[in-house]
Design a protein around this ligand. Structure first.
Ligand SMILES: C[S@@+](CC[C@H](N)C(=O)[O-])C[C@H]1O[C@@H](n2cnc3c(N)ncnc32)[C@H](O)[C@@H]1O
Length: 221
């Protein structure tokens, strides 16, 4: 089951997802470039392959006179996927260390100081327990559940995001299989995140193995 999921998340296996990912990367690069950011501090769910992160880093380093330095804090709840993701950490030829994060349920972490830290933890649990001053200016929760499984946890974003500067929040959830009725999901989610000053920039629907909803929000400052 897990190996099937990992295989199906490889670049080219889900063309509609590939398009949405690239579009998100291009939007984020433009957003941070226009605002003359030098750093992107990103909370992400990279799965086994870090496709989004590699695409974004490639763009960020594409202009030698105007590089942007991304750092990825990555969560993965499934141990098997975590292990595969651990050997695929972007730009990780040197300096990779394994540790246990005591304050995060003693979860296993692997990463380096320059590019990425990967944690074997559920992402909302990470947000809840994190005592680090994370100040993420880019969060992409690329989830595999419907919104009704996680709506109550979204306010945890407030704990980990940079509220002094502009930022991006992207939420991807299953469009179907809700366990309770919501008339207009986009309106509902937008209302939830508007309390954290995020405004809807664009919404997309696409088909992965099931219909998905992909929402891009921005925050001015
Ligand atoms: C949809 S995939 C991510 C795909 C990736 N962002 C890309 O662009 O190809 C979601 C990954 O996050 C993991 N995941 C899903 N929900 C999670 C959660 N709440 N906390 C931590 N990991 C989660 C899944 O096991 C899976 O490996």
């Amino acid at each position: 089951m897990v190996s099937n999921f990992v295989k199906n998340s490889y670049l080219g296996s889900t063309p509609e997802k590939d398009k949405i990912r690239t579009l998100t990367v291009e939007f984020a690069y433009k957003f941070f470039t226009e605002k003359q950011f030098k750093r992107i501090n990103c909370l992400t769910l990279p799965s086994a392959w870090w496709i989004f992160e590699n695409e974004l880093s490639k763009l960020c380093f594409s202009n030698p006179d105007n590089k942007i330095f991304p750092f990825y804090t990555a969560c993965e709840k499934d141990y098997n996927v975590f292990c595969t993701a651990g050997i695929n950490i972007p730009r990780s030829k040197r300096g990779i260390k394994n540790t246990f994060a005591e304050e995060l349920d003693d979860c296993m972490t692997v990463g380096n100081k320059m590019n990425a830290t990967l944690l074997n933890i559920e992402v909302f649990r990470f947000m809840q327990l994190s005592q680090r001053n994370n100040n993420f200016n880019f969060v992409w929760l690329d989830l595999t559940c419907p919104i009704t499984s996680c709506d109550e946890k979204l306010p945890l974003l407030n704990k980990v995001t940079d509220k002094e500067n502009p930022g991006i929040f992207v939420l991807t959830v299953l469009k179907a299989r809700e366990n309770r009725e919501i008339k207009n999901r986009v309106e509902y989610i937008s209302q939830l995140v508007s309390t954290m000053d995020y405004q809807l920039y664009e919404q997309y629907t696409y088909r992965d193995s099931t219909p998905m909803l992909h929402l891009i929000y921005t925050r001015k400052a």
